[in-house]
Design a binder for this molecule. Structure first.
Ligand SMILES: [Zn+2]
Length: 285
């Protein structure tokens, strides 16, 4: 149960369904059972995080991988987005936002996992109780930029072909020819293939919600990295003033404010790509 720290007012309910069991869907996700709203009186939200951790045998600890921990923080970001909601209309509430903004709070939360405040409290060796050594944290951080040149390029080729397909005014497009010509015009290195070749790129024609929308994942990464740099440029990941601005302009507003304006109110300027370039290990001028 979440309560407002200063007023003690009830904010919402959060369920955590952590372990795998027979018949449960695989993977990890967040679910909103009830959206926050004030249309019908003051309704608080009910959200859950679901994952599939394997329960240890009696007396044995539950050990999760770094990837699982990242996913846990990611999904909790979605939950926190729902819990922070403070709007009137349910259709504009919590995570009912535009596509790149859906993944923004969740990806942002991932950044807190590697902070010493979290690691020194939770990432303790299960036998000795000692925290994760700094050298190992450094190695994880260093490895995070591995192959980013390749994966960013293969992603971008698919994202740009998706957009070009949807903005082309040609009839009867020959997918093979169109793909070839577009990649040539983009100067796509021949050593790297598209992440999704056009004939099997189901994403781009599955529904209007996804049309020309593959790029939104990368844009979500841009605003995420830029938002986290607002913390590091100030007092660090736990800077209370930046956190308050984030809550006020992004986490609590749902879809009631144009995201571009909301971001500007939070960041004091438009989103920039510099922080993501740095995060991915590209040279930044
Ligand atoms: Zn997500």
């Amino acid at each position: 149960m979440f309560k407002d720290k200063t007023t003690g007012k009830h904010i919402g309910l959060w369920y955590f369904d952590a372990y795998d069991r027979k018949g449960k869907r695989s993977g990890a996700w967040m679910n909103a059972y009830r959206n926050q709203q004030r249309m019908d009186g003051s309704i608080t939200t009910i959200v859950s995080n679901n994952s599939n951790f394997i329960q240890g045998k009696p007396g044995e600890p539950v050990l999760i991988s770094w990837d699982d921990a990242t996913t846990l923080f990611h999904e909790f970001g979605h939950a926190l987005h729902g819990l922070s909601s403070n709007v009137t209309y349910p259709s504009l509430s919590g995570t009912n936002v535009v596509r790149d903004y859906v993944e923004f709070p969740s990806q942002l939360l991932e950044h807190w996992l590697s902070t010493p405040e979290v690691l020194n409290k939770f990432a303790l060796h299960y036998k000795t109780g000692t925290p994760m050594p700094k050298s190992l944290v450094d190695r994880i951080e260093k490895a995070s930029t591995f192959n980013e040149g390749f994966s960013t390029t293969e992603f971008l080729s698919s994202a740009l072909v998706d957009m070009k397909l949807h903005t082309s005014d040609q009839d009867n497009i020959d997918p093979d020819k169109f793909e070839k010509e577009t990649l040539k015009a983009l100067n796509m290195p021949s050593e790297i293939v598209m992440r999704h070749r056009t004939p099997q790129f189901a994403h781009i024609f599955s529904s209007d919600a996804y049309s020309a929308g593959y790029y939104s994942y990368l844009w979500a990464d841009v605003i995420t990295a830029d938002a986290f740099s607002a913390f590091t440029e100030a007092g660090g990941p736990y800077d209370k003033k930046v956190a308050a601005r984030l809550s006020k302009n992004i986490f609590s507003v749902g879809n009631t404010i144009d995201p571009e304006i909301g971001f500007r109110n939070f960041r004091g300027r438009n989103a920039e790509t510099k922080a993501l370039m740095k995060e991915r290990g590209f040279p930044v001028k």
